[in-house]
Design a protein around this ligand. Structure first.
Ligand code: TMO
Length: 320
């Protein structure tokens, strides 16, 4: 359904671009800046923070529900104008491809350092000695089995559009696990809560910064260290015949990407966007406001803005 929406959007943007050529552009355009809404909470809250700041530059914002992989193609085509949470682990490949094609600008790097990886709550260590090492996990794979995956262990992955290549990794490292995708982030947290109450073995996808670390003790699985080449080059790593025989980046970047014509079409908004800089705490707080405090995204964004006025006022100052 989201993909269909994207195609329709593509058409209207072609018309829009044609009109733009005809008139020429000097001041910030009156067209709205299109900001995607994805399927994890810090992003949804942060999109409204970024959107509200853009509005302070006198521009309009339109929020568009978007698949978190397809969005890079959409941004390349000018259908979407800004992605403010580009996680290296999940989206680095898609993002770097469109940057290399010169249709997307790598506009800013947040201070936040990110990690996205298989994760378990602390009590699982008693059931499976040797954790967080991946081989120790694999040695007790059967303990993680469910009727669906028996006799293999279940790895509960995120929604498919986060494209974590978990099945490729299971194959690359010859693990006795089967990947089951959760339908939503909320489904991951519900499963974690239920397993924790029963002290049942569970290994699932998690990331940092996130609100989870404020509520649960736990650790990421340590796979063979990520390195350039592991994802593309089969000969790299412990399995000479398969790619993805490594973990995700541990100190991954969090970036902001924008459509190549944003600096021309919305120069004031672009100046602001280059100054936006979220820390680990910011991203964790955005997730917490939504997932723990159960605030609506707009109200959560207002709260964050009220508590960080000194910072964003500086981001809005024109640089001379
Ligand atoms: C992109 N994500 C933070 C959900 O891993």
């Amino acid at each position: 359904m989201q993909k269909l929406g994207m195609q329709k959007l593509g058409l209207s943007v072609v018309a829009c671009a044609a009109a733009l050529f005809a008139t020429g552009v000097q001041a910030d355009s009156s067209d709205p800046i299109k900001v995607p809404i994805h399927n994890w909470s810090s992003q949804v809250v942060g999109a409204h923070i970024v959107g509200k700041l853009i509005e302070k530059t006198g521009n309009e914002v339109e929020y568009v529900s978007a698949d978190s992989q397809v969005v890079y193609t959409s941004m390349c085509e000018g259908d979407i104008h800004l992605v403010h949470e580009v996680w290296q682990g999940a989206f680095g490949v898609a993002f770097e491809k469109v940057v290399a094609e010169d249709c997307v600008i790598d506009a800013a790097t947040h201070d936040a350092k990110t990690r996205e990886e298989w994760w378990y709550p602390e009590y699982v260590e008693e059931l499976c000695p040797g954790l967080p090492d991946w081989q120790a996990l694999n040695a007790c794979a059967a303990k993680f089995s469910t009727p669906e995956t028996e006799p293999k262990g279940r790895f509960l992955a995120g929604p498919v559009d986060w494209l974590k290549h978990d099945s490729e990794r299971v194959e690359g490292l010859r693990m006795d696990f089967e990947v089951v995708n959760a339908g939503s982030a909320a489904a991951l947290w519900a499963e974690l809560e239920s397993a924790s109450k029963r002290k049942a073995p569970v290994v699932l996808f998690n990331w940092t910064p996130n609100f989870i670390e404020a509520i649960y003790k736990g650790k990421f699985i340590e796979f063979p260290a990520y390195a350039e080449g592991c994802r593309e080059d089969a000969s790299w790593g412990v399995n000479p015949d398969k790619a993805y025989d490594c973990g995700n980046p541990k100190d991954g970047y969090l970036k902001i990407g924008v459509w190549k014509d944003m600096p021309k079409q919305w120069p004031d908004a672009y100046r602001l966007v280059q100054n936006i800089n979220f820390t680990n705490l910011d991203v964790a707080v955005m997730a917490k406001l939504a997932d723990v405090d159960e605030m609506e995204p707009e109200a959560a964004a207002d709260k964050w803005l009220a508590e960080n006025e000194d910072r964003w006022k500086n981001w809005l100052k024109p640089t001379s």
